[in-house]
Design a protein around this ligand. Structure first.
Ligand code: ZN
Ligand code: ZN
Length: 321
């Protein structure tokens, strides 16, 4: 089969490799129909994620059709259409039982990290019963790919951790797919305004289409000034960091208002400066999270009901080659 292989920082190649086979009873082998590229893959290629060994097949998002199941799989059979969660969950360990499968003792984020991933024609998924979701018959396939990681990440790490409430002023720093997913799902809670900050006007235009109240291009270095002016000097209730670099986490610290939340979503490869000398008295909450994908069933229902339209995030289609 064809697969995209990581060969160390800055190096990747589409190669012919053996098709994966079942190894453990709870495994399934899935034939990939669609996959996508995540910001995390870019962090891997930058060398930010040392757990990814050379020779690894990249990718942790996608949908497919079950090709084979191990003897321990009871929920799925050959031919079933499935959504692959970016988080593999054994369903039995302490972390899984606590609703935190991101830290599953035998799973967590392993696809395209410590085991071969989804940017390939086939993938082996461990603990298939608790790591795959059935795709309803009438679902649009493109939209489903956004549920592997992008939407649950924006929702769980940004919106839920940021505790977005009705009437809040929310700022999202970074308008990539995950920032835009946070923008879409923040609207479940009717915040008063959502400010989206990015360096790219195309992405900001997309953010406007998807419900941003205000967009700010931060390339002139004036984003903080503008947000403070817009909020009468008070700052925002929720600042979501959706990039994963020190500069954007810095913006969050400067614009968060008293009593506010900084919700980190980004994958960070370098340390950031925490301005505790300013924030100690501000009653703020800083949260971090690796997505647990525990919200996937809820998001899937919202998509099927037409309340959430992730297909809007998709602009380009490519063959695997
Ligand atoms: Zn991802
Ligand atoms: Zn577990």
């Amino acid at each position: 089969m064809k697969a995209l292989i990581y060969h160390g920082p800055g190096k990747k190649k589409l190669e012919e490799v053996p098709k994966p086979s079942l190894r453990e009873a709870p495994d399934a082998v899935v034939r990939i129909i669609k996959t996508t590229i995540c910001g995390t893959d870019l962090h891997i290629l930058k060398g930010d994620v040392p757990t990814v060994a050379e020779g690894r097949i990249l990718g942790h998002e996608g949908i497919g059709i079950i090709d084979e199941t191990g003897t321990g799989v009871s929920r799925f059979g050959k031919g079933d259409r499935v959504l692959i969660s970016c988080i593999t969950a054994c369903g039995k360990c302490e972390y899984c039982r606590r609703g935190m499968p991101s830290h599953c003792e035998q799973g967590g984020w392993i696809l395209g990290n410590t085991i071969d991933g989804t940017q390939a024609e086939f993938v082996r998924v461990p603990f298939a019963d608790t790591s795959l979701h059935p795709i309803p018959g009438s679902a649009e396939e493109d939209a489903m790919v956004m549920l592997s990681d992008i939407l649950p990440t924006g929702y769980e790490c940004g919106v839920l951790n940021g505790a977005v409430k009705p009437g809040d002023t929310v700022a999202i720093i970074g308008a990539g797919p995950v920032g835009l997913a946070a923008l879409l799902t923040a609207q479940f809670y009717a915040p008063a305004s959502i400010i989206v900050i990015d360096l790219d006007d195309n992405r900001l235009e997309a953010a406007k289409q998807l419900g941003a109240t205000v967009v700010i291009n931060s390339s002139n270095g004036k984003a903080v000034e503008k947000v403070m002016a817009m909020t009468g000097g008070k700052g925002v209730d929720v600042a979501m960091e959706a990039v994963g670099v020190a500069a954007t986490f810095g913006i969050c610290q400067e614009i968060v208002g008293a009593g506010g939340h900084i919700a980190n979503i980004g994958v960070h490869g370098a340390s950031v400066t925490l301005h505790l000398e300013k924030l100690w008295s501000q009653n703020i909450t800083i949260t971090t999270r690796l997505v647990d994908t525990v919200s996937t069933p809820l998001l899937l229902k919202s998509v099927m009901a037409g309340k959430l339209k992730p297909k809007q995030l998709i602009t380009h289609h490519f063959a695997l080659d």
